[in-house]
Design a protein around this ligand. Sequence first.
Ligand SMILES: NC(=O)c1ccc[n+]([C@@H]2O[C@H](COP(=O)([O-])OP(=O)(O)OC[C@H]3O[C@@H](n4cnc5c(N)ncnc54)[C@H](OP(=O)(O)O)[C@@H]3O)[C@@H](O)[C@H]2O)c1
Length: 253
Amino acid sequence: MPSDADLRPWALVTGSARRLGASMAIDLAKRGWNLWIHFRNSEQEAQALASRIEALGRRARTVRADLSVSGGVESLVAAVALLPPALVVHSASMWTEDTFDTAGAESWERSHRLHVWSALVLARSLAQWSLGASTEGHLVTVVDARSRDRDPRHFSYAFAKRELALLTRYLAVELAPGVRVNGLAPGPILKAEGVSSVAWNKVGREATPLGRTGKPGDLIRALRYLVDNRFVTGQILAIDGGRHLLGDLFGSI
Ligand SMILES: NC(=O)c1ccc[n+]([C@@H]2O[C@H](COP(=O)([O-])OP(=O)(O)OC[C@H]3O[C@@H](n4cnc5c(N)ncnc54)[C@H](OP(=O)(O)O)[C@@H]3O)[C@@H](O)[C@H]2O)c1
C-alpha cells in the first residue's frame, strides 16, 4: 500500500543545496511536493536539506551534476527520470565576472550550457514525463532583473540570462498545452559571497525604485503564484523592487 508521501508529485530544483534554491525547495516541500535536490559541489548541504524535507513527511533525493559541461544536464535528467518531476525550477547559476573584453570562449560556453542549454533539455524532458502523468508539467526558469538590461561586469552571465528569458517565452509556446513555462526575475535578494554589506545596501538603496533589497520570501511568494495559477504561462515575473523599470541606468552599477 503506497504511503501518502509516495503518492505526492515530485519537483526538481536545480542548484538547491543552498541559498535561494534551498529556500524554494523547502517551501515546495511544505506545500506538498517531494523533492529532487540538485547540487554541484554542496553535497553536505544537499543531504542536510533532504533530511529536513523528510522530517516534513515528504520524500527527498539528492543528485549531483555539473550543468556547465558537456553531458551534465543529460546525466541529471537520466537520474531524475526514475521519479520524474512534474515541476522543474531551474535556479542553478554561476555569477561569473567577465567583461566584453575578457569573456572567453570557455566561460561563454559554460554559462550558456548551464543557463540556456540545460533549460532546453529540462524542458524537453518535462514534455516527455508529462505525457499521461496525473500532474501537469511546469518549468520555472530563474532569470535576473538584469536580463532586461546590460551588466558589463558579468557579461557572459547577463547575456545567457537574457537568452534564458527569451527561451522561456519560446518554450511556453512550444510546450503548450501539456506543460506550462514561466520565469522568475529576481533583483537584489540575497547578497553574493564576497560582496560587502556596504555595497549590498548601496545596491538596495540606489538601484531599486523601492529603495531596498528583497528577501527570499518575496521570491517564494512569486513561485507559489506561478505554481498555483494554472492559467498562466509565458510570464516572467520581476521580483526586484522595480529595478527592471530603470533600464540602461544599471549598466553603470
Ligand atoms: N541572489 C540574488 O539576489 C539573485 C539576484 C538575481 C538573480 N538571481 C538568480 O536566482 C537564482 C538563485 O540565486 P542564488 O544567489 O541562490 O544562486 P547562486 O548561489 O549563485 O547559485 C545557486 C547554485 O547553483 C549551483 N551551481 C553553480 N554552478 C553550477 C554548475 N556548473 N552546475 C550545476 N550547478 C551549479 C551551485 O550549487 P553547489 O553549491 O552545489 O555547487 C549554487 O549553490 C540564480 O539563478 C540567480 O542567477 C539571484
